[in-house]
Design a protein around this ligand. Structure first.
Ligand code: ADP
Ligand code: LRH
Length: 487
């Protein structure tokens, strides 16, 4: 099979990268050509993303990519979900996008949405976990804001980057599934839901499916980056978690994933959504996956709790080196205090260690004194949440989980992976770090014809090439019965 080269633009809440994916004879090799920091920035009383700045970094990355890989044929874009930019009728961005950690989605805003459509009614349509920053709530806040009369389109962030690269305005469907406005079964925007929320049904541009070509690079972009004419942007799982799940190197039938970065996305890949009251009560989400799959998962608090703590310590001039703190945390005894990492109090930026200590105090637990003790508390709490979530996922779906794949930046955290194995009682397979870029490239390569087959077939092929680290449970938390592999 022919060699093809693809570019993955993958931007997470904490960092972005442009990665070249070289696909040759069914093997995928990734080369990161550019990396850049990301983080929400305070702008008066709003918290925003500097999307224009991120796009400038994308262009730097594409320029480097073209220098190193002149035979690149396509580009795919993924970012974190739910956030969007607002365009006027001329396609101009009205403001840098508000970040999902902004405090505008107050309980009153959520209540106003639920007055129009109850939480239960929303769930049977959109299948989403209740999170205050889901797009539908952000839009409700936006409807009260000054820009709203000038808005023609809301455009999800990867789609906005795709628009700036090609001039084509679309809404990629996996990310559309995180807006709260998409039907989890039909994968369309139901007109009646939009009407009940007083939103135009065509607020989001027309849908596009992962694997479909979006368009050729605009001449100005080709000129600025030096990329050859004819390079196209191809829609991928533009929700980063959708691409991460494609990139999970699963070869076992009964696998679960933890996509571990700013958030931990913990769950299963299913053929169809689970929209039962039990699933809603357990706060499970049914996000859209590539190839019409369902990502049945929960957003569990993530390494945000750690990175935001590090930021606080660094600002205070205290030691804030991740690896050193992880070593110290690993030397502390197990069974210390734990917090509910899903508590909304941890969503906003700010003094994270103080909030963690307060949560321990409020729960009548020992208060972690040192920074290392705070780190240990976060990691033990995350591992406990993974275990709880996977047990719930088994109950809600009737499937079993025999192995847990941890992918993303957090797969490098050996202490977290070991604690996850111990808490879940199942082996953890860690890696790849760049599962999202891998999944992004895999979808493009299938469009180009250099990879073929189902997700399972593609995963099996890419898994052969990867060195995964295995962590076996060392406590007695392992299930006492041998379970049948799920289908
Ligand atoms: P996102 O896509 O949400 O920005 P990433 O998948 O890039 O997140 O993961 C970022 C996280 O990975 C960091 O917050 C950090 O906790 C973790 N991480 C990064 N490098 C290392 C490392 N060398 N060892 C342990 N953890 C790491
Ligand atoms: C992870 C992620 C997650 C969303 C959150 C906003 O990067 O996309 O899946 O819930 O960011």
């Amino acid at each position: 099979r022919a060699r093809t080269v693809h570019a993955a633009i993958d931007i997470g809440a904490s960092s972005g990268r442009v990665v070249a994916g070289v696909v040759d004879d069914g093997r995928v090799e990734l080369h990161t050509v550019h990396r850049f920091a990301n983080g929400a920035v305070r702008d008066g009383d709003r918290l925003r993303w500097d999307l224009s700045g991120l796009f400038a970094e994308v262009l730097v990355g594409l320029t480097r990519l073209g220098e190193a890989f002149a035979d690149v044929t396509s580009i795919g874009v993924d970012t974190w979900a739910v956030d969007y930019g607002l365009l006027d009728t001329d396609g101009r961005l009205l403001a840098e996008p508000t970040a999902y950690r902004d405090d505008r989605t107050t309980p009153a805003v959520l209540a106003a949405v639920h007055e129009r459509v109850s939480a239960a009614d929303l769930y049977v349509v959109n299948g989403l976990q209740s999170l205050p920053f889901t797009t539908v709530y952000q839009l409700a806040a936006e409807q009260r804001g000054p820009l709203w009369p000038r808005v023609r389109h809301a455009v999800l962030l990867p789609d906005l980057i795709g628009y700036w690269l090609t001039g084509e305005l679309r809404t990629e469907v996996t990310n559309a599934s995180t807006t709260g406005l998409l039907d989890a079964r039909t994968r369309t925007f139901p007109a009646d839901l939009a009407a009940r929320l007083d939103l135009p049904v065509d607020l989001f541009p027309p849908l596009v499916q992962p694997g479909e070509p979006l368009g050729a690079l605009l001449p100005a972009v080709a000129a600025e980056t030096g990329l050859p004419p004819g390079v196209t942007v191809v829609a991928v799982g533009s929700h980063d978690t959708a691409s991460a799940v494609v990139g999970v190197p699963a070869t076992e039938p009964a696998w679960a994933y933890v996509s571990s970065g700013t958030w931990s996305l913990v769950g299963l890949e299913l053929d169809a959504p689970v929209l039962t009251p039990e699933s809603r009560t357990a706060n499970f989400t049914n996000e859209g996956g590539v190839d019409g799959r369902t990502r049945f998962l929960r957003n569990v608090g993530g390494l945000w709790l750690l990175s935001e703590s590090l930021r606080d310590w660094a600002e205070r001039g205290e030691p804030a080196e991740l690896e050193a703190l992880l070593d110290q945390a690993a030397a502390l005894p197990a069974g210390g205090p734990t917090i509910d990492v899903d508590d909304d109090t941890f969503i906003a930026p700010g003094d994270m260690p103080a909030r963690i200590r307060e949560a321990c105090r409020a729960a009548g637990q020992e208060v972690p004194a040192s920074s290392a003790a705070v780190v240990r508390c976060v990691l033990e709490s995350l591992a406990a949440a993974y275990a709880r979530t996977l047990d719930q996922a088994e109950r809600l779906t009737g499937r079993t989980v025999e192995v847990v794949h941890v992918v993303g930046g957090g797969s490098q955290n050996a202490l977290l992976c070991q604690l996850a194995a111990d808490a879940t009682g199942r082996p953890v397979l860690a890696g790849p770090v760049e599962a999202t870029a891998l999944g992004n490239v895999m979808v493009q390569a299938r469009t180009a014809g250099s990879l073929t087959g189902t997700l399972e077939e593609m995963r099996a092929r890419t898994a052969e090439q990867l060195d995964l680290r295995r962590y076996d449970p060392v406590t007695d938390a392992a299930p006492s019965t041998t379970k049948e592999a799920g289908s």
